[in-house]
Design a protein around this ligand. Structure first.
Ligand code: AOS
Ligand code: ZN
Ligand code: ZN
Length: 388
């Protein structure tokens, strides 16, 4: 069996953005384990990301994180990436590591703290001007731990005003994506806890403000594919942070914990036009590799997404629509499950070979010896940073 023609064009245009922080050491609050060959500079992170793209053809851009990826010449960094066949993608801000942000950042009750946080986002926009990046991603740790600790409602007003200032500084080609998270690091309330809150803010701002959906940021049991469908319907899904989780924001390899959930999400992405190049949905990864090797972890991740896209494209849409319209409950479900249960790995191996890529990117990368080379060359690699 080979992939149907209608699937090939979609697969050819599939691109997944990898996060720079996935290549650094990371861990939990208990321990950050080190890995030989860990990048010491942002250039080394980009070089590692280039390996993922070289072996898969799937990951042509890298998301940056400021200040973790601070460098003195971002235009030069973009050229460096370009020489390796990569573009610099989304710029992630960071208002969660400074002492000043102990009680919040863009939503803080303190005007001076809000000013500092807004100015940080202006710096991120300057970086984007130099790198040519399209998207500014904002994730806020803002929130409280105890009822009564702060004024939740006033904080929403402050947040709206802070976001307005940042939005008004966006260049004509730039966008802002606002990520939500239901808990952590705050446990009683987060200032952007859910897609509804993010949607309310970005809708008030304008058409270049959109929602970022991190698949690990929902309460257990949440129907994430419904949120995907709704945001696409509303034209407000800007980007994904893909990862997987068993319990909370585990940031494990996408598709590892619940492949069926990934399938269901991708089905709605396809259904809603989210894979169309003009659709404007950035498929990013937001993962950490605490114990596994990082580059193979990223290769596995982009392959998992590709695999689910291929399976989603195998759905017999005509049969599905016919069964749905006939209220054939089990028939419709069977069409859906047939696609999910199809083993597309041999088809994708052939697809890759047709395009001059290794049939088995994991094995080809392992055989390349790259991990041994960087382990010899790099000593004292850095920590990815907290909060990923
Ligand atoms: C935090 O939990 C988030 O998932 C963010 O996307 C975070 O900003 C990102 O991991 C980079 O810091
Ligand atoms: Zn995220
Ligand atoms: Zn997260």
């Amino acid at each position: 069996m080979s992939l149907p023609d209608r699937a090939l064009a979609r697969l050819d245009s599939l691109s997944i953005e990898v996060p720079s922080w996935a290549y650094g050491n990371s861990g939990t609050r208990f321990r950050v384990f080190s890995t030989p060959g860990t990048p010491r500079t942002v250039q080394e992170k980009i070089a590692d990301a280039a390996q993922v793209h070289a072996f898969t053809g799937l990951a042509p851009s890298v998301a940056l994180h400021i200040p973790w990826d601070t460098t003195d010449d971002y235009a030069a960094l973009a050229r460096f990436a370009g020489d390796l066949g990569l573009a610099l993608g989304t710029v992630n801000s960071n208002t969660f590591q400074d002492e000043a942000y102990k009680f919040g950042s863009l939503a803080s009750l303190d005007a001076g703290v809000r000013r500092k946080a807004i100015d940080h986002h202006f710096e991120c926009l300057d970086v984007m001007d130099a790198t040519g990046s399209r998207d500014l991603k904002i994730w806020l740790a803002d929130g409280t731990n105890y009822p009564g600790q702060s004024d939740m409602r006033r904080r929403q007003d402050h947040l709206a005003q802070s976001l307005r200032e940042i939005y008004d500084r966006l260049g004509a080609q730039q966008r802002m994506v606002l990520e939500y998270k239901f808990f952590e690091p705050s446990f009683y309330h987060m200032d952007v806890p859910d897609w509804g809150t993010s949607y309310a803010h970005v809708s008030a701002l304008g058409e270049r403000a959109l929602v970022c959906l991190d698949t690990g940021h929902h309460a257990p049991g949440t129907n994430i594919e419904f949120i995907v469908a709704q945001l696409l319907r509303l034209g407000k899904l800007g980007s994904f942070d893909f990862n997987s989780r068993f319990y909370a924001d585990d940031d494990l390899i996408v598709g590892a914990a619940d492949p069926f959930q990934l399938f269901r999400i991708i089905v709605e992405v396809v259904r809603g036009g989210g894979l169309d190049p003009a659709g404007g949905v950035a498929l990013m990864l937001d993962q950490c590799h605490n114990v596994e090797d990082k580059i193979p972890g990223q290769i596995r991740s982009v392959l998992n997404v590709q695999e689910m896209v291929a399976r989603a494209l195998l759905i017999d849409s005509d049969a599905l629509v016919a069964a749905q319209e006939a209220n054939d409950v089990l028939g419709a479900n069977a069409v859906f499950m047939d696609a999910f249960y199809t083993d597309v790995r041999p088809m994708l191996a052939a697809y890759r070979e047709d395009r001059g890529l290794p049939a088995d990117p994991m094995a080809a990368f392992a055989a390349s010896g790259y991990l041994g080379t960087i382990a010899d060359e790099r000593v004292g690699g850095t920590q990815a940073g907290w909060g990923a």
